[in-house]
Design a protein around this ligand. Structure first.
Ligand SMILES: Cc1cc2nc3c(=O)[nH]c(=O)nc-3n(C[C@H](O)[C@H](O)[C@H](O)COP(=O)(O)O)c2cc1C
Length: 212
């Protein structure tokens, strides 16, 4: 699957980044479910499988920005690799969230949209605590994501995370998939959203970067 759904004008934009989706238990399943939703939802859904679209890492920045401009909810769906995002997702971010488009003077394109991280970890939940082998609660790995959202005017929604992805029982995986689908179907009417604070304004001045 490359891009799938109702086209580049979708309200719900699901960006999937998994370097080995053929071996995936979690991301592949959520990607399939999201792609299947577009027929039943009023809001359009577009699923973009970044590793399938860009096997050579040549990202079509204009196409990605057009898909983002149309979206209201942007979903980053990926496994956690080295406590962060897989490399193509990071390259996507470096290239697509550009100065003057996503942030800095004139960089307003993402303001007012929502960003939802849907991730999975190999480490089980109890590894993500001070006494566990990952030494920190999972939230401690999220500030770069949250600040990326704040800098670009995206509202950071509470992430949906599946821990212990390799061993989680089928029933739990199914429940996770159902929550994911339910949230997409109900967006923006989520109970969590009502409790969120207003967006943080982080304005980068024009002279923050040297002139080209
Ligand atoms: C290169 C690489 C790095 C990984 N780094 C982490 C990590 O930092 N923390 C963690 O809990 N799991 C880590 N994992 C495990 C993945 O998060 C796990 O395989 C994935 O969430 C499973 O999702 P999937 O079924 O969609 O493949 C890593 C896996 C790979 C291949």
């Amino acid at each position: 699957m490359l891009g799938y759904g109702s086209g580049a004008m979708a309200d719900l934009l699901i960006l999937v980044a998994h370097p080995q989706i053929e071996h995936s238990r979690v991301a592949a399943r959520l990607m399939r479910r999201a792609a299947g939703l577009h027929a039943s939802l009023k809001a359009g859904v577009e699923v973009r499988d970044l590793y399938a679209l860009y096997p050579d890492y040549w990202i079509d920045v204009a196409a990605e920005q057009a898909a983002l401009a149309a979206a209201k909810l942007v979903v980053w769906l990926h496994p956690v690799h080295w406590y962060g995002m897989p490399p193509l997702m990071k390259l996507w971010l470096d290239e697509v969230f550009s100065f003057g488009w996503a942030y800095g003077p004139g960089g307003q394109a993402l303001r007012g949209k929502d960003l939802w991280l849907v991730a999975s970890t190999g480490g089980p939940q109890d590894s993500y605590q001070p006494s566990g082998y990952n030494r920190h609660f999972f939230d401690a790995f999220l500030p770069p994501y949250e600040q990326t959202a704040a800098l670009t005017g995206l509202r950071w929604l509470p992430p949906l995370v599946m821990h212990g992805a390799h061993r989680v029982p089928e029933a739990e995986l199914q429940a996770h998939e159902d929550i994911f689908a339910q949230r997409l179907a109900q967006y923006p009417d989520w109970p969590e959203i009502a409790a969120l604070e207003a967006e943080t304004a982080c304005l980068v001045p024009a002279d923050a970067r040297p002139a080209d």
